[in-house]
Design a protein around this ligand. Sequence first.
Ligand SMILES: [Zn+2]
Length: 392
Amino acid sequence: MTGREGELDREESLRRRLADLVAIDSTSTRSNRPMVDVLEPELSRLGFECQRQVYRDPAGVEKVNLVSVRPGRHYAGRPPVPPLALVGHTDCVPFDPAWSGALRLEARDGKLYGRGACDTKAFIACALEACARVRKHDAPLMTVFTADEELGCFGAKQLVDARLGRARYAIVGEPTQLRPVHANKGYCLLEVVVRGKEGHSAYPDLGRSAIFHAARLLERLEKLARNELRVELDPKFDPPFTTLNVGMISGGKAKNVIPGECRFTVEWRPIPSQRTEMVPEWLDEMVHELRQEEPAFEAEVQVQRMDRGVETPVGSEVVQLLVRATGKEPVTVAFGTEAPQLTALGAEAVVFGPGNIQVAHQTGEFVPVDELVRAEEILEHAIQQLCGGGAR
Ligand SMILES: [Zn+2]
């Protein structure tokens, strides 16, 4: 076989794998079992021992994580912690029903279009192809395919609770345009419920406006976002500080009713060095101060998500391996990934994959074919380097 034929072979195989995965509607609200039903037999065929972790999401829908290990040549019996895990999420964000090609992979101008083509089925296709091409290695190789990443990494959190999926190094698939991402900011969310007392708006002293009270809290939150949160800096990130956003607010029943309740969300993305509890602690302090000024002030803080940021040292072997293989310097991102969960399980994690996050979550999401092919070659290289051996 000539080199050129070998290349076409790889490209064609990747394209087929990706088309099969894109054809499955794995919108997060649905069960991801059909994805696992395709992945598991393929991994078994490639010599992996597969384990399903089944759970129900808050809506009662069955979700499945799939953790698979292929023992290395040098480890008969119970394998030690695998040196490498390839990690990808099987779920996708919803697609617009008007996008008729969402589940039918379409090739155009060197790009492959479809829901999940970029985020993150391209990486899963690369991982499978790399596992198929590098069949012999010394140490065990792991793959971890998760559910519910798009909803808040719930699948990966189930793995952490069960201590399942531990590896020395983890390559977490996300569209990074083949740049190794060694750190990401955390993602935290809470809701504040401010309670007042309803009454006729003509008699303000008979009620208590929850909206005016919320405004006092919001003013302090804005100062926090502009001042205190900008003191602790991490120059690796842009912007280099923890950002905070009040994205939604609601309250009141009618224009002539003193509002009895006001709710708003507070989302913040902490730099890895910062404790996630900082913002709720500051909020508690603000509520306490406002209560000193007015004893009837009433606000409740409901924390909904607290994922801290993570950072793997640039000198880590898995980061350096990807730097050498891609010729690209390690970078950071401000969006959440499953790297924190893999890190919690004990891995040094790096986020890496073909495609651009800017086109993910959109109609017309795509992955460039050349990046897809290159990502697969790099994963093969990573398996050979980290799991040893390398003979096909
Ligand atoms: Zn993703």
